[in-house]
Design a protein around this ligand. Structure first.
Ligand SMILES: Cc1ncc(COP(=O)(O)O)c(C=O)c1O
Length: 392
């Protein structure tokens, strides 16, 4: 089996996928799956989207990569579009969420270093139960000890506040703080939305103490919450925002966006990434952003998300195993205790793909193109999975 040669950190389900179309994936044996996990919140336009397929095919035949020693037209257009659609003045393009967060930490520390004439002001405050990626700084920022185990020494200068706890955050933010990093909705930590008051307090604390506010929108960004970026939903604007996952619609691309002021510490050579924002990745991200706009997908996310939440709450009335349904747009968590993993496996047997976030939460993050019929079908299949579980 393939597993013999796979890196042991992965433990994939025994399914080999061959192709996808729309919101469906097809395995080698002809099995069809309604996909409500979308490659872990990545495949924003589903599978084989005609516009993305055509744009990428054209790009592959023309220009893939030229390095960041030159521009490509696609990269220039993407940088412009990212800044036009957000608070940002500039963007650093990279390949993943962890890489975008690494860039954010380096930007914040260098900003403080420059502003304070080299004086040490390096502390980064992150949240308990957060998730920011798997590089050393990103796991350090991740406020979950299980991701730290055996990897010490971690990166110095990180401290942890309790999510949605204003007192806990204000006890940690001070003149030593370089930046605060927060996910507007904690994803891997169990799909937990921040309260508006918490994000507002984070903004005020950062302003009061001269710290930068970083929103990790790797999972919440690019339409997932029904706003292009979740900060717009909350009406709280960060200084730095990181994106990845949905941005390339399945092509690896990440971005760190920030204000001119926050970029004040970086000069030529401060940071770099060989592949970052190459022509192919930029074309993918440009296409995703344009399709979201052209096809009014934000409206679709809000409507489909509402339908899904209503249906899940209905399901919760029939299955007491479900203790909470929460989320915004098409980022939804269903709290069902230690049964979550088993329910996800049973759902797969009924042709529905979803995964868990944390040990007790089912996570539903379908492609943004999902229709009302897809939502109803997913609810029916999930209902069957819960029935199977209760009959065991
Ligand atoms: C909020 C958040 N930040 C960062 C990451 C890391 O992204 P990547 O796996 O692309 O490095 C993830 C991945 O799940 C995430 O959910």
């Amino acid at each position: 089996m393939a597993a013999r040669h796979n890196s042991p950190n992965y433990g994939p389900a025994p399914v080999i996928f061959e192709r996808g179309e729309g919101v469906y994936l097809y395995d080698r044996d002809g099995g069809a799956y309604l996909d409500f996990m979308a490659g872990i919140a990545v495949n924003a336009l589903g599978y084989a989207h005609p516009q993305l397929t055509q744009a990428l095919a054209e790009q592959v035949g023309r220009l893939l990569h030229v390095s960041n020693l030159f521009y490509s037209a696609e990269q220039i257009e993407l940088l412009e579009l990212l800044c036009e659609t957000s608070f940002a003045d500039r963007a650093f393009l990279c390949n993943s969420g962890a890489e975008a967060n690494e860039a954010a930490f380096k930007l914040a520390r260098r900003y403080q270093h420059t502003l304070n004439q080299g004086e040490q002001r390096a502390q980064i405050v992150s949240m308990n139960q957060s998730f920011h990626g798997r590089t050393l700084a990103a796991i350090t920022a991740t406020g979950q000890p299980k991701y730290h185990e055996g990897f010490a020494p971690l990166v110095p200068g990180f401290v942890y506040a309790d999510f949605n706890d204003i007192e806990s955050l204000s006890a940690l933010v001070g003149p030593q703080t370089a930046a605060v990093i927060v996910e507007p909705i904690q994803g891997e930590g169990g799909v937990r939305p921040a309260t508006p008051q918490f994000l507002k307090a984070a903004r005020e604390l950062c302003d009061r103490h001269g710290a930068l506010l970083i929103f990790d929108e790797v999972q919440t960004g690019v339409g997932r919450t029904g706003s292009l970026y979740a900060y717009q939903h909350y009406g709280v604007t960060p200084d730095i925002m990181t994106l990845a996952k949905g941005l390339g619609g399945g092509v690896p691309v990440g971005a760190m966006l920030a204000t001119e002021r926050a970029f004040g510490g970086w000069t030529r050579g401060s940071h770099a990434s060989t592949f970052g924002g190459n022509a192919l990745a930029s074309r993918a991200a440009l296409t995703v952003l344009r399709v979201i706009e052209q096809d009014n997908l934000l409206e679709n996310v809000r409507a489909a998300g509402e339908r899904l939440i209503v249906g899940l709450r209905e399901l919760a009335r029939r299955h007491t195993l479900i203790s909470d349904v929460r989320g915004i747009g098409l980022m939804i968590g269903v709290e069902c205790g230690p049964a979550a993993g088993d329910v996800a496996t049973l759902a797969r047997k009924h042709g529905l793909l979803l995964n868990t976030a944390g040990a007790t939460t089912l996570r539903l993050v379908p492609p943004l193109i999902v229709t009302a019929d897809d939502v109803d079908e997913a609810l029916a299949r999930l209902g069957r999975a819960f029935e199977d579980f209760s009959q065991r």
